[in-house]
Design a binder for this molecule. Structure first.
Ligand code: KG4
Ligand code: ZN
Length: 347
C-alpha cells in the first residue's frame, strides 16, 4: 500500500502532475494556459492541447524533483479519462499510457469529477462511511451520494444548463469583468449588499422543486442579471455592480447549499464535502460553514489551491483505488468527454 502514485490531470487548461505516497502529497505541480484565453473570452481547446503537449514533460520533471523521487519509483499511474475536452484529455492519456508501458506499472483512467472530492482526503483525512459530495466548477455542478470514493458513487442530480462557475463567468462578462469572471465577481460581491437585489432561485419552488429535488438551473438566474442591467440602462441609472454581484452570488450559493444540505438530511449523512473550482468562492465557503453549524452537518472544503484543477486530485483518487484493490484499466482504454459520475475508473 506504500506505492508511489503518479497523478496526471489535463482535462481543461491546467497541466497537473502530482505524487502521493500512502495518503501523503509529496508534490503537486501545475502549469496553465489560462493567460492565453483572456482575449478570446473562453478556452480554445486547440491552444490548450498544444500547451499540454509543451508543458507535460517539464511539469512531470518539476513534480519528481519536488518530491525527491525518480520516475522508476512510481508504482501506479492515475490519469483523467473524462469528463473534459477531447484534445486536452487525449494528450494526458497518451502520456500516461506511454509511462505505464515504459515503467510496466498499472494505469488507472479515472473520473475528473470524483477527483474533485477525492483530493479532500489528502488534506482533511479519511472519509466517513457515507457522505454527500457537491462538485461545483466551470463545467460541472453535481450532487453525489458517496459510500466509498473508490467503488460506490450515485449521482443524485446536477445542473440542467450552466454550471455554477460558468454562470459566474457569464455574469462577469455582463459586468464588464475580465475572463474568467468567477473570482472577479467574488471580489466585487464582497463590496456589495447581498440583500439589496433579490434574484430568482432556479428549481427551488413548487412543482419545479418537486420534479427536480436535486437538480440545478443557473441559466435563468444569469438572464435575470442581464434583464436587471438592461433595466438600469433603459432608465439611465448607474448600474449597482457590487450589489448585483452580491445578490447573484447569494442566490447561486443559496440554491447550491439548500439542495446539498437537504440531501444530507434525506440520506442521513453528517458530512458534506465540497470541491471544484467554484468552491473557491468566498460566499459559498462562508455560507456552507454557517449552515453546516445550523444543521449539525460537518462541512469539508479543501484549501483553494486544491479546488481548481490539479494533479493532486487525480493522484488522490488513484491512491484510493489502489488501496481498495480496484482492477486497473486496460492499455487500450480511451477518453470519454461525457464520463458518467458513477463510473469512477474506466475499463
Ligand atoms: O474546477 P475548475 O478549475 O475547472 C473546471 O473543471 O471547470 O473550475 C473553474 C471555474 C471557473 O468557472 C472559475 O470562474 C470558477 O471556477 N471560479 C470561481 C472562483 N474561483 C474559480 N467562481 C467563483 N468564485 C471564485 N472565487
Ligand atoms: Zn475541474
Amino acid at each position: 500500500m506504500n506505492e508511489l502514485i503518479l497523478g496526471i490531470e489535463t482535462s481543461c487548461d491546467e497541466t497537473g502532475v502530482a505524487l502521493v505516497r500512502d495518503g501523503e502529497l509529496l508534490a503537486d505541480v501545475t502549469a496553465t494556459s489560462m493567460d492565453e484565453y483572456a482575449r478570446f473570452g473562453g478556452i480554445i481547446p486547440e491552444i490548450a492541447s498544444r500547451a499540454h503537449l509543451e508543458s507535460f514533460i517539464p511539469t512531470l520533471d518539476a513534480a519528481l524533483d519536488a518530491a525527491g523521487v525518480e520516475l522508476d519509483d512510481v508504482g501506479a499511474i492515475a490519469v483523467t479519462a473524462g469528463p473534459g475536452l477531447v484534445g486536452p484529455l487525449t494528450i494526458g492519456m497518451s502520456a500516461a499510457k506511454a509511462l505505464a508501458l515504459a515503467l510496466n506499472k498499472p494505469l488507472f483512467a479515472v473520473n475528473h469529477i470524483v477527483g474533485h472530492i477525492a483530493v479532500d482526503k489528502l488534506v482533511n483525512g479519511g472519509f466517513p462511511e457515507r457522505f454527500i459530495g457537491l462538485v461545483v466548477s466551470g463545467g460541472h455542478s453535481h450532487l453525489l451520494k458517496i459510500g466509498n470514493i473508490a467503488t460506490d458513487i450515485e449521482e443524485l442530480g446536477g445542473t440542467l444548463d450552466d454550471a455554477a462557475g460558468e454562470a459566474f463567468d457569464k455574469v462577469g462578462r455582463l459586468l464588464g469583468l475580465p475572463y474568467p469572471g468567477g473570482p472577479h465577481v467574488d471580489k466585487l460581491a464582497q463590496q456589495g449588499n447581498r440583500h439589496t437585489i433579490n434574484f430568482p432561485r432556479g428549481l427551488s419552488r413548487g412543482k419545479d422543486k418537486a420534479r427536480h429535488q436535486f437538480n440545478y438551473s443557473f441559466s435563468g438566474m444569469k438572464t435575470a442579471v442581464a434583464r436587471y442591467i438592461e433595466g438600469c440602462e433603459a432608465r439611465g441609472e448607474e448600474i449597482p455592480r457590487e450589489d448585483i454581484a452580491a445578490g447573484f452570488s447569494f442566490a447561486v450559493c443559496d440554491v447550491l447549499l439548500e439542495k446539498a444540505f437537504s440531501a444530507c438530511q434525506i440520506f442521513d449523512s453528517d458530512t458534506l464535502v465540497i470541491g471544484g473550482g467554484f468552491s473557491a468562492n468566498s460566499m459559498l465557503r462562508e455560507m456552507a460553514a454557517e449552515r453546516g453549524e445550523k444543521y449539525g452537518i460537518g462541512v469539508r472544503i479543501p484549501p483553494i489551491r486544491y479546488c481548481t484543477d490539479n494533479g493532486a486530485m487525480i493522484a488522490a483518487l488513484g491512491w484510493s483505488l489502489v488501496r481498495e484493490g480496484v482492477a486497473e484499466s486496460p492499455l487500450n482504454v480511451t477518453v470519454n468527454t461525457g464520463l458518467p459520475r458513477e463510473q469512477i475508473v474506466l475499463r
